[in-house]
Ligand binder design. Structure first.
Ligand code: CA
Length: 421
């Protein structure tokens, strides 16, 4: 076990047991404070300015280029490789633990400069995302959607259990949590078969998580399932907003396009794969057996509890979904191995999303499409209104966290308000 993950670790900075950022988390993000943009970590209610910490010599002995934390994205830091991410997180743990030998704990003026209350930070997009790929790795989600569109017998396509189905998304419209999302216009086909243009009436969220590629590859290079760990930096919560009416009309035969690329929201704190290691669990049994290049050893899924809340303009919100990352049929190592098996090159900062993460039972479906079964069973909100899909000025808030051995590691949240078309 990594010493920085030990459940008995405590910090001299106060952390609530129900908070997202105990000393065992130490995520990475980018934030603006006054006019300065820098890389931060987080503990309790504080952000930790990593550039200032480095300037004070706290990362001595770790091979880091000067200025690596004075950037508006984490890409340069991520390029330093897994050994460096681990060394920095371990050093942070060392500085922040209650029995620390490092001087920050007792240095009041240094603490004032380095520790900034989280509510004073404006969180920015943590990475520069050059490419974004979206998978479709939840069997429950694929089955639900397939059942709606093709009937129960043909719900899963013949390829689905042989490869992690995915498509290339659009990186330019990925935004950080808190950014409003404008309801898109588009072409739609009415039930009577008439082609019309107008605002999407079936605006939906998709509950997903995404991983950030931590190592670039050259064209022709394959990343095996076993190597995938070294190529994976960390994870975020991801809302892949979808316009179901635009999507349904346009997707044949080439797949998702304008119904998907008008906006995708990500949470600002990247939780490292190191911090998530204690939460690894076995995934679903894969049957039929997968081809050798997709075979893996050990527990490769993650026990991450997920929830989606809709908050209407009245303010009376409700949780409409509780799911878990562990339900995913295809794990991230398989996704990366499959993505690169043809020699496709990936780059540091590339985002790979899971696809909607639905669980097996009602209440665990990760989209309104499934929750209301295409609008047939509307959700009753506490303020008396009904939702088939997302309405203007609704806010959708997704949260994710892992709990084990008394340690709770949170991802914070990804939220977005829908603005009128
Ligand atoms: Ca998606």
């Amino acid at each position: 076990m990594l010493s920085s993950n030990h459940p008995s670790l405590r910090s001299w900075i106060h952390t609530e047991p129900t908070g997202d950022f105990p000393i065992q988390n130490l995520p990475f993000g980018i934030a603006r404070h006054h006019d300065e943009v820098a890389a931060y970590s987080a503990i309790g209610q504080f952000g930790i300015n990593l550039h200032k910490l480095m300037g004070m010599g706290y990362f001595e002995g770790i091979d880091l280029p000067w200025g690596v934390f004075a950037q508006d994205n984490l890409n340069w830091f991520i390029e330093q490789g897994k050994g460096t991410w681990r060394a920095v997180r371990n050093r942070l743990s060392d500085i922040l633990r209650i029995d620390t030998m490092q001087s920050l704990k007792g240095d009041h003026s240094a603490r004032q400069k380095v520790l900034i209350p989280l509510n004073e930070l404006q969180m920015l997009l943590p990475v520069y995302v050059r490419d974004y790929t979206d998978f479709y790795s939840s069997e429950e989600h694929a089955t639900n959607v397939g059942t709606m569109f093709r009937g129960k017998e043909n719900a899963l396509m013949p390829n689905w259990k042989h490869l992690p189905v995915g498509y290339h998304g659009r990186a330019s419209s990925i935004v950080v949590s808190g950014t409003p999302i404008r309801r898109p216009h588009g072409q739609k086909s009415t039930p009577e078969g008439e082609v019309v243009f107008g605002p999407s009436n079936l605006l939906d969220f998709e509950l997903e998580m995404a991983f950030i590629v931590g190592k670039s590859t050259r064209m022709g290079q394959q990343v095996s399932v076993a190597e995938a760990d070294d190529h994976t930096f960390g994870m975020v919560i991801f809302n892949d907003w979808s316009a179901r009416d635009i999507q349904a009309w346009e997707y044949v035969p080439l797949g998702p396009f304008l119904g998907k690329n008008f906006g995708s929201s990500m949470s600002p704190w990247v939780v490292t794969m190191d911090a998530l290691k204690p939460f690894r669990v076995q995934g679903p049994v894969q049957n039929p057996p997968v081809l050798p290049y997709l075979q893996f050893e050990g527990a490769r899924n993650y026990d991450i509890e997920l929830e989606v809340k809709i908050v209407p303009p009245s303010g009376q919100g409700m949780v409409v979904c509780r799911s878990n990352h562990k339900h995913l049929y295809w794990n991230m190592a398989q996704q990366l191995a499959h993505h690169t098996v043809n020699g496709c090159n990936v780059a540091v900062g590339d985002l790979m999303a899971s696809g909607t993460i639905s669980g097996p039972e009602k209440g665990s479906f990760g989209s309104m499409l499934e929750i209301t079964w295409r609008g047939a069973n509307p959700v009753k909100m506490p303020d008396g209104t009904e939702r088939k899909f997302i309405q203007d000025h609704d806010r959708v808030i997704m949260r994710a966290s892992c709990v084990k051995d008394g340690v709770r590691i949170g991802f914070g949240e990804v939220s977005g308000e829908v603005l009128p078309a």
